[in-house]
Design a protein around this ligand. Structure first.
Ligand code: SAM
Length: 226
């Protein structure tokens, strides 16, 4: 599978390739017991999950990252495999998925990874988590205006939220108010294609502290986005 990564200019060591192979096998095995991914064919998983998690995100070495709504571990586990020095927190609302993530962390021998079974809107209020991370990331969790309220409270001033999207433009257009209220600004939008599919990475810079009342909780982030 080395050539799939190389097709996208991602060069990996044999040890990293072995970790991806083990991850693939665990994903497919646990997916037969509970739903982690709709894609299970090896090449598709490598492209649509592994490469997709890595494209457009540059070196994150020696920093802290919280991945919100990790599910089967995307994008955080691939980012950790290629950036072993990141101190990683995986936040996931579903208990079974957290058990899977803990198994992956242990089987792949990943260091400095914490798996938390909880919701972003609750943990973002916890002083040990609030504005404590250099980066937050999220892929396929909610629309951008909702995600900003979930994720920006975790990010330190000067840090960034990395949002993985299919089509950035429409979602960015509805975010002006959320960005203003929550203290962020769009720093960069990276666009690329993965097998003819449009993919975007939106980098949101945290410029000001997020007011304590956000996230509002009780589902308001989704039902009534800022
Ligand atoms: N990020 C993974 C990916 O790209 O494959 C999983 C995406 S899955 C569609 C969305 C995940 O986010 C689910 O596992 C769900 O339990 C989790 N989730 C949704 N809202 C959440 C919240 N407010 N806090 C924590 N996890 C959440």
């Amino acid at each position: 599978m080395k050539e799939i990564f190389e097709r996208y200019n991602i060069t990996l060591s044999n040890e990293q390739l072995e970790k991806f192979d083990k991850y693939y096998r665990l994903l497919v095995h646990y997916n037969s017991m509970f739903n982690l991914t709709a894609i299970t064919e090896r090449e598709e998983v490598y492209k649509k999950h592994f490469v997709d998690s890595l494209l457009g995100v540059d070196n994150l070495t020696m920093e802290t990252l919280i991945d919100v709504g990790s599910g089967g571990g995307f994008p955080a586990i691939p980012l950790k495999i290629v950036n072993p020095n990141i101190k990683l927190t995986l936040l996931e609302a579903t208990g079974k998925k957290c058990e899977f993530l803990k198994t992956v962390v242990s089987e792949l021998d990943l260091k400095e990874v914490t798996v938390i079974n909880g919701r972003a809107e609750d943990y973002a209020k916890n002083p040990d988590f609030r504005e404590k991370f250099d980066h937050a990331s999220a892929r396929a969790v909610a629309r951008l205006n909702t995600l900003l309220e979930y994720c920006l409270p975790f990010v330190k001033i000067g840090g960034s939220f990395i949002s993985y999207k299919a089509n950035a433009k429409d979602e960015i257009a509805e975010c002006d108010n959320a960005l203003k209220i929550l203290g962020g600004s769009i720093q960069e939008v990276k666009e690329y294609t993965l097998d003819d599919a449009n993919r975007s990475i939106i980098i949101v810079k945290k410029e000001k502290s997020t007011p304590p009342k956000y996230p509002r909780g009780q589902g308001k982030e989704r039902k009534n986005p800022l």
